[in-house]
Structures are given as C-alpha cells and as structure tokens.
Design a protein around this ligand. Sequence first.
Ligand code: DGY
Length: 323
Amino acid sequence: MKPTIFVDRAIPDAVMSYLREHCTVDAWTEEDTVPRGELHKRLAAAEGYLTSGRRIDDELLAAAPKLKVVSTISVGYNHFDIGAMKRHGVTGTHTPEVLDETVADLVFALMLGSARRVAELDRYVRDGLWKRGDGDNLFGIDVHSASLGIIGMGRIGEAVARRAALGFGMKVNYHNRSRKPEAEAKYGAAYMALDELLSASDYVVLLAPLTNETKGLIGKREFGLMKPSAIFINASRGATIDEEALIEALQKGTIRAAGLDVYQQEPLPAEHPLLALPNALLLPHIGSATTKTREDMAMLAARNLVAALQGEEPPHRVPEFKN
Ligand code: DGY
C-alpha cells in the first residue's frame, strides 16, 4: 500500500505526478498558508510531510502520530526542532546543492544593487527627480577590486567567492568553522577570525546557517567593527543578526548600506523601521527563487521524501539525523 503524504503548498505538476506514482497525496491547494488547526487534522493520517519553512515542533508532531519523514523544500532547516523530531521518531530531509549558484547570483544582485543604489535610483527616475544638474548625488561605490568577507564558507559561500575572485577581481576573506584549503587555493581566499574579517572587508556577506551558535552572530559590536564604508549583506536567516543593531548602524552611518533577503519576521510587517531606510535594499526572501531552481528543489524534496518512506537512504537527510 502506498504511504499517505501531505503536501502543504503548490508544487510543479511533474513533481506532483512523481509523488502520486509513489504515494497517496493529500495536497493543500489554497493560496493562503494552511492554518495550524487544519494542518494538524491533515497530518493525522500522514506518514510523510512535504513543506517549506513550517515549524516542526512537539505540538505538530503530537498531532501526527504516523509521521516518519518531514521533507523541506529548502536548504535551511532551522524550522525543524531536531530534539522534538528525534523524540517522535521522525527524520528530516532538505535540499542543498541545487540552489547554490542561484543564491550566489542573488548575493551579487544585493551587493551590486546596494553599491550602485539600483532600487533607490530606480525610484528616483520614476518619481521624476532626475535632472540635468545631477552628479555626485547619484554616485555609488565599486564592487570590482574591493574586498569581500564571507561568513559561512559552505557551497554557496564558495560560489560567491568564485564570482568575486574570478569575475570581479575581488580580494576574498572568509570565516568558517573549518578552513577551506581548496577555496584558498582556487580563489586566493584568506581565512580570518571574525573580528578581523569584519574590519578588513568592504563587503560583508553573511551566509552561515541559523544554529544556536550563529543566532545573533552580528550585533552592535560587530557592526561597530565594520568600516563606515562597508556594505552588509544577509542571505542566511534574519535571526543570525541583531536587526535593531543593524537599523541603528544604518541610521547612524556606522556602515554605509545593507542588502537583505531575510528578516526576523517574514513577511516584513508594514511600518517596519527598515522600510524607511534608503540605504537598505530589501528583498522578500528570494535567494533560491528562480523557476528552474525552485522546480529542482521541489523535485529533490520529493525524491528525499519517497526514498525515506521506502526505507532507503534519501539523497539529502539533514546531518543531525544521520547515524
Ligand atoms: C533555503 O533554501 O533555505 C532558502 O533560504 C530558501 O528558503
């Protein structure tokens, strides 16, 4: 008998067909996110759950007594309460690798967009403010030949380093739990302690996954160590920084600008202080959001789910659940 799974979001037709070949699929088809009560009802019979970003905690797991696998369509899995999942005998999978180049592209979009004030000056043109006397009021700063500090030199970090060193002639610094000799050799990347990287880099890109160790990693002290001309990019998770400290740093000119794809609260609420800052470039968590990459991620998540339900080793089990 096919296992029953619950899919809580729209996924490409090809992915749904693949899932239907192997599973009995219950799918949420509304545009709005499935409400918690409804989710609990739908999970009562499910052995597998395909989601993205939904918090998996004791309360949810208590409502899902048959659940064996949660497969997230994301590389980040900070929404998994690993301890709770282990207690309930539920494993977790995620979707690394297929999104690396796409996220690295977006990091560059944030760097270039912040440095050359792309969104701000687009608004300037649309608002009819462009005039003959314009000059240095439109100036930005260079990305090419500048120094780049990457915090979190995983696969995405390396894809950013490659673009930076080989495409933009940048000097790459990095900070990571472990040294990356290959990246050092290929991109001339220099390993640095965090404080050293912060004070030495024109661009600081945060890519470290959200864990207990990285929560609030960049706060008032760290922004204070950056150059006043520095541009800070966050493409990891909102909680890896102290957002209030960032806002203060942007308001006071402690740093020049920030390019953000992630926030402590998503979607960003109306009236959020970041919205009033012209030196903040704000994107709605779209790091991996191209059609092809999102399709690849959904298919990988489906393969993870099916393999795990069939008792095979899934392509990408979350490391904490590996033996
Ligand atoms: C991820 O995959 O973790 C990206 O942040 C998109 O959610």
